[in-house]
Ligand binder design. Structure first.
Ligand code: ADA
Length: 528
């Protein structure tokens, strides 16, 4: 079968519920050294160049790359065997409340490289005073040869240029750091004015450029102060949506136009943030959020993993890999204001707590410029609330819970400030919502009607917005999504999670107007 990539296996005729192996084959022209970057292959990939296996990678939602040296001039074959099955060793993938699609679901890039090349640039805005920004820039270089090589490493951001001359690059990876570079005449990135700048790096040998890279970033500061999260010193109010990468026609491989359409609707709804539940998203999405001034909670890949599964010998290693790949790839996106981990995973035993601690430590080691958090639902029994920078809770008043939203918030606040050990920090509602099946209108507002969904959303959002204890909310969820075939069948009519404000084809439900009225009436910032 001839297919386009990126795409999902489940969207090919006859493959709607396929689980297992698939082989993708193509050819390319090259000579010398190449680098292939796969932006996302679900769940497991084996890569073969000219019949030789060059890489294996597990993890659907983060990029990986391979380098192949000394290719002879001419055509070469590329084969990728993917596996979207559920296996014990794929600990992050199992039947779940979303569809785990398979295939080469994100883009693939081919680069011609020399023996040394630039792997990535990371820019960290440090501070701003009198209109002058200070940044730190790191440039990661790779030396593919077996001997040390010398190169000049140049960096340019607006009118600021820096150069590290005659740098010794041993075989493998080296990171060159430019501390405290001053950038004059730069505007901050904000939701209202999302200004972006290119930053470029070049590697030179004997005065000639052997590789370069152009990245894009924005200058803004994120910081937690007391019970607020500050963006450029202003306390944020989050009005957001949780969003799965899911579409009836494209699976999780949404083309740029479909992503852009989602973001237009999200803007129209008056939202200012998206939570990438429950995995890192395609860089196309993040690029658009950067451009539109939409804040992003980006999270690693883990939904509802219970304590037993967390004890799998693969669990920590696979979570750590996702975190590393996510932060390395997405570091420069100014829209990302927080990293999330382990949505509704086990958080009630000392062992489970040690997993959170290790993951937060890793995030803080990789990125000191953003806070981190985890969305919990284990009210009263979660013992991890002393660890995150922001306490984040998924609540479903009027739907799964008997409490009103105000009652639930009060209970959460009181518990966090006592036995919950999460007092004095920002409190964020990371999920709130109710189900409604598109087209089911009902004068008696029965369960699954759009009418009941709209009534519940109105109460939830108004009560949460009225609370001073909380910095905002994410609605679960933007659009209806497909769930795994055997997941909680009786509570997932149509095999969909029907809590979308639009259905899977992005048709607005009754709740759309209500959400828009409430979100547009709330400013982007809270009083200090
Ligand atoms: C949880 C979970 C979501 C979704 C939601 C629901 O809070 O984080 O992935 O399953 O509940 O619809 O019940």
């Amino acid at each position: 079968m001839k297919v386009m990539v990126p795409s999902c296996l489940e969207t090919y005729p006859g493959f709607g519920n396929y689980r297992g192996l698939a082989s993708y084959e193509t050819s390319f022209e090259a000579e010398g050294n190449i680098r292939l970057e796969f932006k996302g292959v679900s769940h497991f990939a084996r890569v073969f160049v000219d019949g030789e296996e060059t890489a294996q990678h597990y993890g659907s939602y983060t990029p990986f790359d391979i380098c192949v040296k000394n290719l002879s001039p001419g055509m070469h074959s590329l084969k990728v065997i993917v596996d979207n099955d559920f296996r014990d060793e794929y600990v992050l993938d199992f039947p779940n409340d979303y569809m785990s699609y398979g295939g080469i679901s994100r883009g693939v890039a081919l680069e011609y490289i020399k023996d040394i090349y630039i792997d990535w640039i990371h820019v960290t805005p440090l501070r701003e005073a009198d209109g002058i920004w200070s940044i730190r820039a790191e440039v990661a270089c790779q030396n593919l040869s077996e001997s040390p090589l010398y190169a000049d490493v140049r960096l340019k951001f607006l009118d600021t240029e820096a150069c590290c001359q005659g740098k010794l690059l041993p075989p493998g990876k080296s990171i060159i750091t430019f501390e405290d570079l001053e950038i004059a005449d730069a505007c901050p990135w904000s939701m209202e004015d999302p200004v972006l700048y290119p930053v470029s790096a070049a590697l030179l040998q004997n005065g000639a450029v052997v590789d370069d890279m152009i990245e894009r970033t924005g200058l803004r500061l994120v910081r937690v102060e007391g019970t607020s999260v500050l963006l450029n010193n202003k306390p944020l109010r989050i009005k957001g949506f949780c969003r799965h990468e899911d579409h009836p026609q494209y699976g999780c491989a949404l083309p740029a136009e479909a992503i852009a359409y989602d973001l237009q609707l999200i803007k129209d709804l008056g939202a200012n943030s998206v939570r990438t539940s429950h995995y890192p998203n395609d860089e196309l999405f993040l690029d658009m959020c950067d451009e539109l001034g939409i804040l992003v909670w980006e999270e690693n890949h883990a939904r509802g993993i219970n304590g037993d599964r967390m004890k799998s010998p693969y669990f920590e290693e696979q979570c750590e890999q996702v975190i590393r790949e996510m932060i390395t790839a997405h570091y420069n996106h100014p829209s990302i204001y927080i990293w999330g981990i382990l949505n509704e995973c086990g958080s009630e035993t000392e062992y489970e707590k040690s997993c959170y601690r290790r993951q937060y430590d890793l995030i803080r080691h990789l990125d000191k410029s953003r806070p981190c958090s985890s969305a919990s639902c284990r009210f009263g029994t979660d013992i991890c609330q002393d660890l995150p920078d922001v306490c984040s809770w998924n609540i479903y008043p009027y739907w799964y819970d008997d409490d009103t939203a105000s009652q639930k918030l009060q209970k959460l606040h009181d518990w966090l400030n006592t036995d919950g050990n999460g007092g004095g920090k920002p409190l964020l509602i990371t999920e709130v919502g109710a189900g409604g099946i598109y087209g089911f209108r009902d004068t008696s507002s029965d369960v699954w009607s759009e009418d009941l969904q709209a009534e519940i959303l109105e109460k939830q959002l108004k009560e949460i917005a009225a609370s001073d204890d909380c910095i905002g909310m994410y609605i679960w969820q933007f659009c209806d999504v497909r769930v795994s075939r055997i997941w909680w069948a009786l509570r997932r009519p149509k095999s969909r999670n029907n809590k979308g404000i639009v259905d899977e084809y992005r048709r607005p439900k009754l709740a759309y107007r209500i959400v828009r009225d409430i979100f547009t009436s709330l400013p982007n910032y809270r009083e200090k």
